[in-house]
Design a protein around this ligand. Sequence first.
Ligand code: NDP
Length: 449
Amino acid sequence: MAIKNEYLQGVYAGLVQRNPDQKEFLQAVEEVLTSLEPIVERRPDIVKHKVIDRIVEPERTIMFRVTWTDDQGNIQVNRGYRVQFNSAIGPYKGGLRLHPSVNLSIMKFLGFEQVFKNSLTGLPMGGGKGGSDFDPKGKSDGEIMRFCQAFMNELYRHIGPDTDVPAGDIGTGAREIGYLFGQYRKLRNEFTGVLTGKGLSYGGSLARTQATGFGLCYFTDEMLKAAGDSFEGKTVVISGSGNVATYANQKATELGGKVVAMSDSSGYIYDPNGIDYKVIKQIKEVNRARISTYLDFVPTATFTPDCKGIWSVKCDIALPCATQNELDEESANILIANGVKYVAEGANMPCTLEATAAFQAAGIPFGPAKAANAGGVATSGLEMSQNSQRLSWTFEEVDAKLQSIMKNIYASAAAAAQEVDQPGNLVVGANIAGFLKVADAMIWQGDAF
Ligand code: NDP
């Protein structure tokens, strides 16, 4: 184990004992605890108040049955989750993931990461995450609607605009948020900002759809500027072709980069002339089709039925935007050998611990997810503010706020890294900066007594 401090080792060992099969959750905790060593050594009050013991345990975990009827009239049963991880600095906030791989370990890793990410945005939001093992692929609109209504039939008891405000994630886009919101409104007989990522006609924020991908590129741009560089003329590879990947493509292109490869879980496309994000939007948001159909639009492009193979495409900037652990040490070494210059995480924990270590050892600036993809939740926070004020800001206003938040996140992660004599280590910096605000709030609120 990479953790050397005795107190942290003890906390981690206890966690392994209690959650032996939660590998994603343990991986996320191990990374954070390793980063916190210099802080724990300087701040005896954190040990005295057992802040680490407390912060690794969710405040509340809700698991529930979701029963719905498919188009053939068959009853289907799924499992729903909401992990309310930490509310020391604000209401729980975090997305709902709909994917067959969803389990408690994945929910807890995402909820844990969300605590620090939300803190980094500077907005008053606690951390939570939820979802279901429901697979939206191949389902009709009616089936999606009935599932979302059944899911909300249980979830509505546990959320509220001042309690817990869910949002989208993998498999949960504008359509699903609409059905979830509609059911919440019906059950509660109230119109509140209880979900973010809503449609514009019923309380959504302009620029929320684009926010995670745009924010990722704003953050990456700060990394580039710190190295005296820019997106101009850079070759970019982006995994995934969902919400984050699509708008990362748009912004990277607008900043002067060329996105040559993108993927979905069936494989990757390569287009040396640059992939037009509008074609990806058409394929994914309108046609709801596989990425291989890009070749119907651009016959000169190629499709390779191997999603991991995307990391063998030569690039200057790699932006993994699909899912956890999609980029392992072997892929990292291929990217490094091919001359990658910058890596920033659009997805949550897309790089394994070994891959991250390989990039850092090679001296490649690395933007960790908590910091680099915080633009989505930050803009969700802005949606909450607009809902509370009963006002809508313009696209430009929201985008300007997003840019300034991403700059601030970069600056605080870089400053925290410097403070513990690890300049440039944005992993350590983001973990420390995100942690300290929550830890202080927990101590001041006297949770432990
Ligand atoms: P979407 O559902 O819109 O897109 C997910 C994309 O990733 C799809 O192209 C999907 O392909 C692909 N994908 C999923 N699993 C795999 C896999 N095992 N291998 C290769 N590709 C895969 O999700 P989002 O874009 O919203 O989310 C992507 C990541 O970003 C997640 O880690 C999420 O937690 C994170 N994130 C999202 C935010 C948001 O605002 N949406 C905010 C912050 C983080 P396929 O369709 O074939 O499954």
